[in-house]
Design a binder for this molecule. Structure first.
Ligand SMILES: Nc1ncnc2c1ncn2[C@@H]1O[C@H](COP(=O)(O)OP(=O)(O)OP(=O)(O)O)[C@@H](O)[C@H]1O
Length: 255
């Protein structure tokens, strides 16, 4: 099998501001078709690292390698729009120069077609995220970079958005780099987890990272709860009412 294409690679990347090292010698690689998830506590430097990777912020040492001509669709954590500016979704998405058919196509892909004529300010949290994802898709990206894509979205909507991101990765064949706090929601669809706390504490497949002492130290009881979910082996069955029956003989463990 041929090696997957490397879209983006940071080698020992550091970002220093004033006398603070915000990102300390981080290594990170995103391949085509792969989902890489960056996790870490508040202030861990996740957004800083992503902004440095995108060239939106300078870095102080290390190396950044990008596939030449790489098309990136970026969904930032926050959108700063003047609330006094009346802007429909259609006009907002046209600001980047996209044609109407491309806009409606991107909105359809993110399940937000019906929002075309809505005012941006009138959208709910989840609707806004879908519009921002559509904007990122308009660049026909080879790499999608999503900074906390499900923030402000209800629990059912979060799962739906992650499913959508996973589908888009297959449909477009693009790589995805995402920042997330929702450990158990992202793990199922993630190929590589990078755990950041200023420096990269650990990285690898979710099954490796979730048992790594550095990860456990950082996420404590949340991590334990998550491991239970991620490595959940059934030793029970559920009846139609949702009652549990522990009976190892009748219901042998299955993954
Ligand atoms: N331009 C800057 N100059 C100085 N400090 C900065 C700058 N940008 C970010 N920081 C600081 O760097 C630290 C990391 O911020 P960053 O936004 O990267 O964290 P994060 O991991 O994305 O956090 P969160 O999960 O809360 O979004 C914070 O303490 C922040 O105040």
């Amino acid at each position: 099998m041929s090696e997957p294409t490397t879209l983006l690679q940071a080698k020992q990347l550091s970002v220093i501001r004033g006398n603070r090292t915000l990102v300390d010698r981080a290594d990170l690689t995103v391949h085509a078709g792969e989902i890489v998830t960056l996790i870490g506590p508040n202030g861990a430097g996740k957004t800083t690292l992503v902004r440095a990777l995108l060239g939106l912020m300078s870095f102080n040492s290390g190396e950044l390698v990008q596939q030449p001509g790489l098309r990136i669709g970026y969904m930032p954590q926050k959108l700063h729009i003047d609330p006094s500016l009346p802007l429909t979704v259609k006009r907002f998405l046209a600001l980047g120069g996209s044609k109407l058919n491309a806009i409606t196509d991107a909105l359809s892909r993110t399940g937000a077609h019906h929002l075309l004529e809505q005012h941006l300010q009138a959208l709910s949290g989840g609707e806004t995220q879908r519009v921002l994802l559509a904007r990122a898709l308009l660049r026909n990206p080879q790499l999608l970079v999503l900074d906390e894509p499900v923030q402000g979205v209800d629990v059912a909507g979060q799962a739906a958005l992650y499913t959508l991101i996973n589908e888009l990765r297959h449909e477009l064949g693009c790589g995805v780099l995402l920042i997330s706090h929702d450990l158990h929601l992202v793990m199922a669809n993630t190929d590589t987890v990078v755990c950041l706390n200023g420096h990269v504490c650990c990285q690898g497949h979710p099954s490796q990272v979730t048992v790594d002492p550095a990860y456990l130290e950082l996420f404590g009881h949340r991590a334990e709860a998550h491991i239970a979910l991620y490595t959940h082996h059934h030793d029970h069955a559920h009846d139609e009412c949702g009652e549990l029956h522990h009976d190892h003989k009748d219901h042998p463990p299955h993954a």
